[in-house]
Design a protein around this ligand. Structure first.
Ligand code: S6P
Ligand code: ZN
Length: 183
């Protein structure tokens, strides 16, 4: 827990905490739809923490023109031959873009357009990723240590988890001979 930094928001000169800053935790039990190997999933502790997200909301969700920022801490691990990863989503306002940037650890940013073409970008400390509108995004931790990355997205983007929960990504990132490969 000491590793998890909860940012403070400096908002036009005032420091705001509380309702403007939120930390959510996703446990294995919340990621039932994510992994392919159901047998490997069932023997895992549903309370095991997969990731935390500390987010900052300077304006109300849905406000046009504002920005949000969040830091994700994704634990290392695998379910079968798939790495621990985030749920992944399109934005509800599907044309809204987002920046991701790598802070510590090694990851892969997995991207999919509406035609279901899938590709991936390597994340590492200092890597910067522009995710255009219309692109679903999910991150896998492919290293042996915590993967920390930051994100900034428009305050009227919203999150659509439903499509990915139902249909997944068209390709899966698996460990093959010790290396990540999209299959
Ligand atoms: C929000 C942004 C990130 C994710 C976070 C967890 O637009 O993309 O802050 O929320 O990385 O991923 P997910 O898919 O579970 O929300
Ligand atoms: Zn997003």
């Amino acid at each position: 827990d000491a590793l998890i930094f909860l940012p403070k928001l400096i908002f036009t000169g005032k420091e705001l905490i509380g309702e403007n800053v939120e930390r959510i935790t996703r446990r294995m039990g919340d990621l039932r739809d994510v992994f392919e190997d159901k047998a490997a999933f069932e023997v895992m502790d549903p309370n095991l923490i997969a990731y935390h997200v500390s987010s900052i909301f300077p304006v109300k969700e849905g406000t046009p023109g504002g920005l949000f920022m969040g830091i994700t801490y994704l634990m290392p691990g695998k379910v079968g031959d798939e790495y621990f990863m985030t749920k992944g989503h399109f934005h509800s306002n599907i044309d809204r873009a987002e920046f991701y940037w790598g802070v510590e650890g090694e990851g892969m940013l997995i991207l999919m357009n509406e035609a279901r073409d899938v590709w991936a970008e390597r994340m590492y400390p200092g890597s910067l990723h522009y995710i255009p509108g219309g692109i679903a995004h999910r991150v896998a931790n492919v290293g042996n240590s915590i993967l920390t990355f930051a994100a900034s997205w428009p305050s009227d983007a919203g999150h659509n988890y439903g499509i990915i929960a139902r249909e997944g990504f068209a390709r899966r990132l698996k460990e093959v001979n010790g290396k990540p490969e999209l299959i």
